[in-house]
Design a binder for this molecule. Structure first.
Ligand SMILES: Cc1cc2nc3c(=O)[nH]c(=O)nc-3n(C[C@H](O)[C@H](O)[C@H](O)COP(=O)(O)O)c2cc1C
Length: 171
């Protein structure tokens, strides 16, 4: 699968087979995430691999849209280290870019994944902070649920030329 095909056919996958994810695929996804662009190249992203069933099952107790984790063999939490950047706002942008790279690489590997929002929802951030014992410098930004897909989704063609102008904004 080339990069454009991976981008155009990626969808959020929320149903999984129980098979575990090979370690080399986990490393490939993390390599892809860490290949993202980063302001001043500070690379403030940090990752927590979550594959303990009790932890995965506990997350829906504080995250209302994460029930699929009860089926998922794996999740990866993307955190930003607030002490690793010059301007704190860049933590969120860099980690979002890393998250998108991780999602596309999962799809290219034949896996299914979905971005579960953490930042800026305080109750979810507090919940995951407590569950995974995050240190204060770490901001939980996104959680990615991953597994072998147990559903098929067609590509979504969302191109809308009404959202694009040339040289100045015209409505
Ligand atoms: C910041 C962000 C937060 C999201 N949070 C959730 C979530 O908590 N639960 C969920 O099932 N999907 C979540 N999604 C996935 C979106 O629902 C999904 O990307 C959107 O409906 C478009 O569908 P697609 O990814 O299949 O193209 C989130 C996506 C983003 C970018």
């Amino acid at each position: 699968m080339d990069s454009l095909e991976a981008i155009f056919t990626r969808r959020s996958i929320r149903k999984y087979k129980p098979d575990p994810i090979p370690e080399e695929d986990i490393e490939t996804m993390l390599r892809a995430a860490m290949s993202a662009p980063s302001a001043n190249n500070y690379q403030p992203w940090r990752f927590i691999i979550i594959d303990e069933r009790t932890l995965l099952d506990a997350i829906p107790e504080f995250h209302p849209y994460s029930e699929m984790l009860k089926e998922a063999p794996l999740a990866i939490l993307v955190c930003g280290d607030k002490t690793a950047v010059g301007h704190p706002g860049y933590v969120y942008l860099d980690c979002s870019a890393a998250t998108q790279n991780l999602l596309i690489s999962a799809h290219a590997l034949g896996l299914g994944a979905v971005w579960l929002g953490m930042y800026p929802r305080k109750s979810r951030m507090d919940g995951i902070r407590k569950l995974l014992q995050l240190s204060n410098n770490l901001e939980p930004i996104s959680l990615i649920s991953i597994g072998y897909p147990n559903q098929e989704k067609l590509p979504a063609n969302r191109f809308d030329k009404n959202k694009v102008c040339r040289n100045k904004w015209e409505v």
